[in-house]
Design a protein around this ligand. Structure first.
Ligand code: UD1
Length: 417
């Protein structure tokens, strides 16, 4: 299994090009199931989760054309299997995103239940509750969700909590339903908005995009379109944290600063000088970061997917900070690993108290989820001596060429097989 070897190498300087967002690309690929025409996507990040989704769609009978450099075309005109099998779903929870579009377009779908994962139990009850409200018959059998509906019907659905993939699943399902669906307490994450924008290009009728209430008037059919995936705000935020920790001056190109205001504000509070244009962000950091308090919440507040990276920064910051994780119940697995590198962090329940230390020391570490792995890479960039981050297949699920992108701005980081 591949590992990353990281040795501190001073300031980071130069430019990094940001990839398309994983969390937008996955639902967009699943949206191809809603039409018999071709869906053309550009700026698709080359990630393990994208490959898994490609396999999932191909297993259902989709044709996938790709140049393997960020451009894909999907042809779902000959879907002959409406099942998402356990073997793929267990490697990627986002596979549940095929449920809504497949059921809505083909009248049936079977998707393996994702089960728990490292960061929490992550149920899909809201996805199922919404589809049932739209008239689907749902049966849980042999570990699978089996859903049927001749044609879904519009309904008013109030989600119990803000769920990103839950909103996306119901939004896709509603585009082909009979009548009007109102999704209340919907997620407003930029990736949901990106999906909604693409669905509108495909002929869907959606009002309230970017707000907590989405109103969807179902149409008879959707058509193909071309769409560019929104830039990855979490990848961009991760690199900004890297610079905030190691110091230096870096410009991120093809970024979407408007989607990450709260992260930019927190970095400014930590002492970074941030400038941004429409599609670029510049960071200049010459001092030790100052500790910042964090509370994760749904968009537009601070994203849970940036919590671990900010904890790495706070670990070496001047002062103490409090980090409260309100989205997932078990998202502090990076705490013991950071402490093994010399951090002073205590976590109880959903709260961590981080006392900034002057220095971390390199160690062999590993994490069991994507963003926790990223946080250990960041810690390695400033730790004394050598850091080995193991199990980096988690990183490969969500970061395209992380070692190359960080290497280009001066980090000493190497993949070892
Ligand atoms: C998505 C993102 C993930 C991010 C998360 C929160 C994708 C592919 N993944 O995950 O990177 O960390 O949003 O921003 O976009 N919940 C329920 N029942 C449900 C659905 C959710 O109880 O039916 C709970 C979850 O357990 C969690 C919270 O709601 O505590 C939010 O989860 P959700 O927004 O659904 O996360 P994902 O969509 O899985």
């Amino acid at each position: 299994m591949d590992k990353l070897k990281i040795t501190a190498n001073g300031h980071l300087n130069g430019e990094i090009v940001i990839s398309g967002a994983k969390n937008a690309a996955l639902p967009l690929m699943c949206a191809a199931l809603l039409t018999k025409e071709r869906l053309h996507l550009t700026n698709v990040p080359m990630l393990r989760d994208v490959k898994t989704t490609q396999k999932l769609l191909q297993g259902m009978g989709a044709r996938v054309m790709t140049d393997n450099v960020h451009e894909f075309e999907f042809d779902c005109s000959r879907i002959n299997n409406t099942c998402a099998p356990y073997e793929l779903v267990k490697t990627m929870r986002a596979s549940i995103l095929v449920l809504g579009p497949t059921l809505s377009h083909f009248g049936e779908a079977q998707v393996s239940l994702p089960g728990g994962c490292a960061i929490g139990s992550r149920p899909v009850d809201q996805h199922l509750k919404g589809l049932e409200a739209m008239g689907a018959e749902i049966l849980i059998e042999h570990g699978y969700v089996k859903a049927r509906a001749k044609r879904l019907k519009g309904a008013r659905i109030v989600m119990d909590m803000v769920t990103v993939t839950g909103t996306e699943n119901l939004l896709m399902a509603a585009t082909l339903a009979d009548g009007i669906t109102v999704l209340e307490n919907a997620a407003t994450e930029p990736e949901v908005t990106d999906l909604a924008d693409c669905l509108v290009k495909m002929g869907a009728d959606i009002q309230g995009i970017g707000t907590r209430t989405l109103t969807i008037r179902g149409v008879e059919k959707l058509h193909g379109c071309s769409h560019s995936v929104v830039p990855d705000r979490i990848e961009a935020g991760t690199f900004l944290c890297a610079v905030a920790m190691a110091g230096g001056k870096v410009v991120l190109r093809r970024a979407a600063p408007k989607t990450m205001q709260v992260v930019l504000d927190k970095l400014t509070e930590a002492g970074a000088i941030i400038e941004a244009g429409d599609d670029w962000i510049a960071i200049d950091m010459q001092n030790r970061p100052k500790a910042v308090d964090i509370r994760t919440l749904p968009y537009p507040a601070f994203p849970t997917d940036m919590q671990a990276q900010f904890m790495a920064m706070n670990a070496i910051a001047e002062g103490s900070s409090k980090i409260v994780e309100t989205i997932f119940e078990n998202r502090f697995m990076h705490v013991p690993e950071l402490n093994r590198m010399g951090a002073d962090i205590s976590a109880e329940g959903n709260t961590a108290i981080v006392k900034g230390v002057e220095k971390l020391s390199g160690a062999t570490v590993m994490a069991t989820d994507l963003r926790a792995s990223a946080c250990l890479v960041l810690a390695g960039l400033v730790a004394q001596g050598e850091t080995i981050v193991e199990r980096i297949y988690h990183l490969d699920r969500g970061y395209e060429n992380i070692e190359q992108k960080l290497g280009n701005v001066g980090a000493r980081i190497e993949r070892i097989s």
